[in-house]
Ligand binder design. Structure first.
Ligand code: SF4
Ligand code: MG
Length: 315
């Protein structure tokens, strides 16, 4: 609730702070146990920073993250360790995030070695179990990550992430770098694991089409703000925020484009260090009016399960 993450901008020899990049600027929302919450928006809108603040990988400047009723900001070190095990992250680039000098069995077993008192036999058994769970060939556990394809490396990343039996997983652009067919295989695996292990996902992508089928609900971010939250079908059916409509129109799919036509945004993404007054989207918004320049729209509930931050939501 009310999460903020500001990065100081420093300048000159004195390292004087001359401003802040407001990467996440007063964001409040909830993710329900067992659901997949899709988070979308252009790169630089604060999605990854928000996720890292939620996982306590970055400290919040303000606000609070609660996990099953426990506050991360107020947790003591032992409780924090428990919470860390409950929450894991899968990254976009499985190659970059996997140490190339480690055998796959050591990569997957590493969290167990660090967090659990297990014998190497126990770790090895668990690694085999994990590899089977994510559909990797167990006989290849003594190989290096570069000997695996992109999709297989993502499976290694997933096996690592679930090693400690977490309940919440952030997938940060986890399938964005993969070919479409491999993408759907990895998405299917993630949905299978969700059912079998009772996982909750925060699924981050820059395009709406990636999160469409996997998400129960979707949140749209723009320049550090959450601008719309809705159930996936409702959001695709009729977006309420003009920016959501723009993201929808960017999906290369004839049936959707018929409805709206491709909307091309004017201007560049403004800087999060110096966001526009009022509604941050106003310089680029096709429906902007005077009020939008003066007054910031707050995220409000328009209907059940429909929240939007806009003075003039779409019909
Ligand atoms: Fe557009 Fe105004 Fe709504 Fe902002 S508040 S999205 S500028 S219509
Ligand atoms: Mg990112």
């Amino acid at each position: 609730s009310h999460l903020k993450k500001y990065f100081p901008i420093k300048t000159g020899l004195l390292n004087r702070v001359v401003g802040h990049v407001k990467a996440v600027d007063d964001v409040s929302f909830g993710i329900r146990a067992g659901e997949t919450f899709g988070l979308v928006g252009e790169s630089g809108c604060g999605k990854s920073t928000l996720a890292r603040v939620m996982l306590n990988l970055k400290k919040a400047s303000e606000g609070e993250v609660r996990f099953g009723g426990r506050s991360i900001q107020r947790a003591r070190s032992r409780e924090l360790r428990e919470l860390r095990e409950e929450m894991q992250i899968i990254f976009q680039d499985p190659f970059g995030s996997l140490n190339p000098r480690f055998l796959v069995r050591d990569l997957i077993g590493e969290p167990l070695r660090v967090h659990r008192k297990m014998t190497s036999k126990e770790i090895d058994d668990r690694v085999v179990e994990l590899m089977e769970l994510v559909g990797l060939d167990v006989s290849r556990r003594n190989r290096y990550p570069h000997e695996f394809s992109g999709g297989q490396r993502q499976r290694i990343g997933i096996a690592r992430a679930i090693a400690l039996n977490p309940s919440f997983i952030v997938a940060d652009e986890a399938v964005s770098a993969l070919d479409v067919s491999v993408q759907s295989q990895v998405l299917n695996l993630m949905m299978k694991l969700q059912k079998e292990l009772g996982l909750t996902y925060l699924f981050i992508a820059h395009g709406l089409h990636v999160v469409r089928h996997i998400s129960d609900r979707i949140g749209v971010m723009y320049l550090g703000k959450m601008v719309e939250i809705a159930r996936s079908e409702a959001l695709f059916d009729h977006p309420l925020h003009p920016y959501t409509a723009v993201l929808l129109s960017a999906i290369p799919q004839p049936s959707l484009q018929k409805k709206t036509g491709r909307i091309i945004l004017q201007g560049d993404v403004p800087s999060p260090a110096n966001p526009p007054s009022g509604c941050r989207f106003h310089p680029r918004c096709p429906s902007a009016k005077d009020r939008c320049r003066m007054e910031e729209p707050l995220l409000r509930e328009l209907a059940s399960e429909r929240q939007v931050a806009c003075h003039f939501p779409l019909e």
